[in-house]
Design a protein around this ligand. Sequence first.
Ligand code: ZN
Ligand code: ZN
Length: 182
Amino acid sequence: MTLNPATISNIILIATGFAAAFAAALWLSLIIWTYRDIRRRARDPLVRILAVLVVAILFLPGVLVYLILRPPRTQEEEFQQTLEEEALLASIEESSLCPGCGRRVQEDWVACPSCYTRLKKPCHQCGKAIELAWNLCPYCGTPAPGMRRDVLNIDDAMRNLSGDAVSEGETGAGIDPANDNF
Ligand SMILES: [Zn+2]
Ligand SMILES: [Zn+2]
């Protein structure tokens, strides 16, 4: 069987047509892909247009150029990273530092093991570590030793209001810190 020249040229024509159609489809889909990809990575409309133009004009080498120059992370990934960084920063800020030496200390430590700075005071009632500035234990409601007198004064005032039987001497004795443990 022999092929005549007309048949051969027809086959070449059809093959060329297919190749051209494939190239056109590839070109178009690469432009669409680039547009979708750059839309997730860049907010600037000029950057988006430039990326699509590079691929549209340079075709396959343009895709290579785009892949090299495109922003490495999508906006979503960047947002996620920002969230992670913020969470990390918050956790660092949460763990407190010793005011004496600047080393990291645990929340429930009463003193710094490195420089012996007093960090917290133990509640004299329940023993939990509470802030030095707090005047009342938030765990059991017991007033800190320095604050007993004030609270006792309120107690005395209540006692005075409730009955006239309270004498001046009893009120004075009530101020004594050792007297409120009954
Ligand atoms: Zn310290
Ligand atoms: Zn307590």
